[in-house]
Write a protein of this length. Structure first.
Lengths: 275, 299
């Protein structure tokens, strides 16, 4: 067990983790939210599950007022969304480290609004810690920490067969205030079919910032690419005209000796006949 | 608290933010993109920044085996105000957004954009219905052996399906769109039928909605004819609103909107390559979600 990571965890978390399988405690039992197929494919990929790892963070978002007629990033909220996700992810990684895991797959990042206070959000990161069955040292993420990925067990297997390995779940977030239109501008639009350039521009800028940040995170992780990228938009009960763009994906790196795809894996035309 | 500097983000100082806004305004008015976006796209294309794809690892494998190389996620959008025609606005909104997506892909020298998805967005916290944003995203790809292209083909299908089409001798050439909307005034219909105890079809509404759909599908067909010889994998979206009577409108009114879009293909059934079909068991299965917790959003 990594002593620093273990020392930072509360007693009940340590007790739970100690009951789980670990590379030095083979007798423990594992927990996971794997489906049957997923469990089998993680094994095929050469890994075994150690346990469900979790990190959460209840976060109070600060206050920021935007200019009514101004397109601008809400830096306080962007920071809040970044920091809270980061805290949840770090806590989950800490649990994985204490299990001596090589990585965490099937990571889900969730955010939940609290009914009693619109400024309080819960962030949750949960996934299954896994370790290479034969102790292969080449699968760790950046800085020798466990890799993180939102890919399923099947996708992990497929990724490895494709000649890539996961490094880190990377994300980019931007909370943005979209300018309100002035009365004259609104009147000018009456009866006209016309683009609203200020609104268009705001969406462009927010999306660009989110994408750029995700790409930068991947670059800093030493990735060649980012796979299975999703772009989400949301508004977490914020004031009108405030929207978050959130991009997330798994940063990947080529496996050094996997330049050639095995013949058996060349994709074949498969058409489900029940569709 | 230290000033917020997210990874790769610029400092939020006033001057830089203003310059950024000005760059967007000028670039979009000229039908181009700001220099910082062009720079990011160029660096992504050259490998100085990581490539980005919406494809799953299975798609990644197919991309490698079939010589389809992901370049980056490209996007475009257009926030449109409807004055005299929703149908016309819808058409212009989607097409402007797609032209902008094509612009980003062209700057990366992409041969195609796969997995194109469309999204309608309304302003959070406002109920205004007379404007909305048309947003499109997709993955720009290069096909090995083809030179860089300035006018990439767009497709709603994934990279895997794109490869499957090409293997079968079918060429995806672009997106076909059909959209229509109309109003229906319920003068002879009223609310009596809907409040009745009897099972009965609301026939005027049925025929109204059918008419709107048929018109949109006719437009989809016309767009398909213009682009190629068929439309595949079309997705559709319907909205039906009821607007209560007011001082100018004594009867309830209904507004129906329908949009259908798909991938236009060029194919000739005489040259179609036969498929070798064999039964398989898929090892993919849907992600487990907390389905009972409706307030939870998966990020």
């Amino acid at each position: 067990m990594t002593s620093d990571a273990a020392a930072d965890l509360p007693k009940h978390a340590r007790e739970r983790l100690e009951g789980l399988r670990d590379t030095s405690r083979r007798g423990g039992i594992f927990t996971s939210d794997f489906s049957v197929n997923e469990f089998l494919m993680v094994g095929e990929a050469g890994f075994e599950p150690l346990g469900l790892v979790v990190g959460s963070c209840i976060y109070h978002t600060g206050i920021q007022y935007a200019g009514w007629g101004k397109n601008q990033e809400m830096a306080v909220l962007s920071q809040a969304m970044y920091e809270a996700r980061e805290l949840a992810m770090t806590r989950m990684e800490q649990e994985a480290q204490s299990l001596s895991a090589d990585g965490v797959v099937g990571v889900r990042l969730e955010v939940k609004r609290m009914d009693w206070d619109k400024d309080i959000l819960e962030f949750l990161a949960i996934g299954t810690a896994i370790a290479h069955s034969k102790g292969h040292p080449g699968f760790k993420g950046p800085g020798g920490k466990p890799f993180t990925s939102d890919l399923s067990g099947q996708d992990l297997w497929m990724l490895l067969q494709s000649g890539y390995r996961p490094l880190a779940l990377v994300m980019g977030s931007c909370v943005y205030h979209v300018a309100h239109q002035g009365m004259l501008q609104s009147l000018g639009n009456v009866g006209r079919n016309v683009e609203m350039p200020l609104f268009t521009q705001a969406m462009y800028d927010a999306r660009e910032l989110a994408m750029e940040r995700m790409q930068q995170e991947a670059k800093e992780a030493g990735a060649e690419g980012v796979v299975a990228v999703q772009l989400h938009e949301g508004s977490h009960n914020w004031q009108p005209h405030v929207i978050e763009f959130f991009s997330v994906g798994t940063a990947v790196k080529p496996i050094e000796d996997a330049a050639v795809i095995p013949e058996r894996l060349i994709p074949q035309i498969v058409i489900p006949v029940n569709d | 608290m230290a000033p917020f500097r997210p990874p790769g983000g610029r400092s939020p100082d006033e001057g830089a933010a203003l310059a950024r806004q000005t760059a967007w305004t000028e670039a979009l008015a000229r039908g181009t993109l700001p220099s910082f976006v062009k720079e990011r796209l160029a660096e992504t294309m050259s490998g100085a920044r990581p490539w980005v794809t919406t494809a799953s690892p299975a798609g990644l494998l197919a991309q490698r085996s079939h010589g389809i190389r992901p370049l980056g996620l490209v996007s475009g959008n257009c926030w449109f105000h409807f004055g005299y025609s929703w149908t016309r606005g819808h058409y212009e909104g989607w097409h402007t957004a797609l032209d902008r997506l094509r612009l980003e892909a062209g700057l990366m020298g992409a041969n195609a954009v796969v997995d194109v998805t469309l999204r309608v967005r309304r302003m959070p916290g406002t109920e205004n219905e007379d404007h909305m944003d048309y947003g499109v995203t997709g993955t720009a790809v290069r096909l090995d052996g083809l030179p860089e292209s300035t006018n990439p083909a767009l497709a709603t299908v994934s990279a895997l399906e794109f490869a499957r089409l090409l293997e079968s001798g079918i060429v995806p050439v672009g997106l076909a769109i059909g959209a229509h909307y109309d109003w229906f005034v319920a003068s002879g219909y009223g609310t009596a039928n809907a409040a009745s105890f009897w099972n009965q079809e609301l026939a005027p509404l049925s025929s109204f909605l059918t008419r709107v759909r048929r018109q949109a599908l006719q437009e989809l067909r016309d767009d398909g004819v213009r682009l190629g010889s068929g439309v595949l994998a079309h997705t559709q979206h319907t909205e039906l609103y009821r607007v209560e009577p007011d001082e100018n409108n004594p009867y309830p009114r209904f507004l129906a909107r329908y949009i259908a879009l798909g991938t236009a293909i060029l194919h000739d059934s005489r040259t179609r390559r036969p498929l070798a079909v064999r039964p398989v068991t898929s090892v993919r299965d849907p992600r487990l979600l907390a389905a009972t917790d409706t307030t939870r959003e998966v990020l």
